[in-house]
Design a binder for this molecule. Sequence first.
Ligand code: ATP
Length: 296
Amino acid sequence: MRIERANAKINLYLDVVGKRENGYHNIVSIMQTVSVCDLVSIDFRPGVHTSIVLRASGNDQMPTDCRNLAWRAAERYLEKTELRGEVILSIEKHIPMAAGLAGGSADAAAVLRGLNRLCGDRLSLEELSALGAALGADIPFCILGGGALVTGIGEQLQPIPAMPKSFLAVACMGEGISTPWGYGKLDELHEGFHQPKAVDPRCSRLIDAMSSQTLLESSDCFYNIFEEIVPPVRPYVNQIKELMRQCGARISMMSGSGPSVFGLFQTAEDAARAVEALQKMGASAFVCHPTERYLN
Ligand code: ATP
């Protein structure tokens, strides 16, 4: 049996730069795993028949059948490796759901990492990543963790140094938007992205700032295209951003397609003060820190 951490991710930078003929959008994103995490336990008992059992605690909204990405990741792994037996999964859910923090992808990635280790590392990292990409665009990144420049539809990863030690708060309140609705709205605003966008220099400046420890001075480089469309329909986003700034955040921005917001603070005390104020407002809020790549 293995227990894997499934860390949430935040997007320090997220742009949509084009659209493929199959309707998928090309993105450019800087993703970073943070210490808010689900705990995923994985057990595999080889046998003649195949079955997958998933138990969950911490959030009764999470599906525990084949609608769960972690369940589907186990199914795909067995298909690909032609292994048979019983997979027993258990997820202790802490990451807010449908919040732009990639909780489902993190769980699926944890299952792929854990099962692969239990089964003698049958698949290479590239094979695991391809298996994950077929299930969800954020899964390849979630297999790797740490910091990465993510391009294509999410399948192209270039690891970058993890964010320097810093103090983060992550908060969310209210319902998430549906991702197809979000992309549809962006299509309307950007003429279907039929003209691929040029590379924005803010993205490479942000990568430089990550390695040179000058992130807090680079607030003008953080960017999330979904901030064009989500705050008007989810007013808590701007309220949370504002409250974080009042508590000393140097940067506060929505993660992914929202409605979660993260803030970057100079001191642990400021981050804790923000979390306390956000919880009083009724938000789910956590102090957290950036995490390193998972070891393979
Ligand atoms: P992303 O940032 O990748 O867009 P998200 O954080 O917005 O993801 P998730 O928490 O991954 O969203 O969940 C979105 C939906 O996926 C949920 O409403 C839920 O029904 C379904 N889902 C399937 N598997 C899981 C899982 N393991 N954890 C959470 N949600 C899951």
